[in-house]
Design a protein around this ligand. Sequence first.
Ligand code: ZN
Length: 129
Amino acid sequence: MTREPVPPTPRKAMTPARRFAVWDRYQGRCAEPTCAVAVPLKGTTIDHIIALELGGADDFDNLQPLCPACDRIKTAQDAGLIAKLRRLLRRQDGTRRERREINSAPFPTHITRGVDGRVRPRIAKESAR
Ligand SMILES: [Zn+2]
C-alpha cells in the first residue's frame, strides 16, 4: 500500500447479485480468518477490505462479508486510518484546525514574592535611584 493520500472512491449500489457473489466467494462465512462464523446472506455487512475513503476500489475483489463483531472492529480500525489520512491531507495543503484558547486563571498581579521567598502584596515600583 502506498503512503500517498488518495481521493475517496464513489460507491456503487450493492445489488442482490453482488451481495450473493461476495457472500458465496467466502462460502457464507465471516471473512475474518480467526472468526469464519457462518453469516446469513441477507443483512450481513459487505465490507470494503480497503475502505473507499482510503482509496479502496468498489469492486468484487475489495469486498468481503463480515459478522457484526468483526464489522465493529474493522469499522473502528478504518475510522482511525481515515482520521490519520485527513490529518495528512490537512498537513499537505497547509490548513490547520482552529486552536481553542485555554481559559486559565489570570496571573495574579496584586501579590509578589520577595527576596526572602515570602509572598507579599505588590507595591507600586519606586523609581530607580
Ligand atoms: Zn467475524
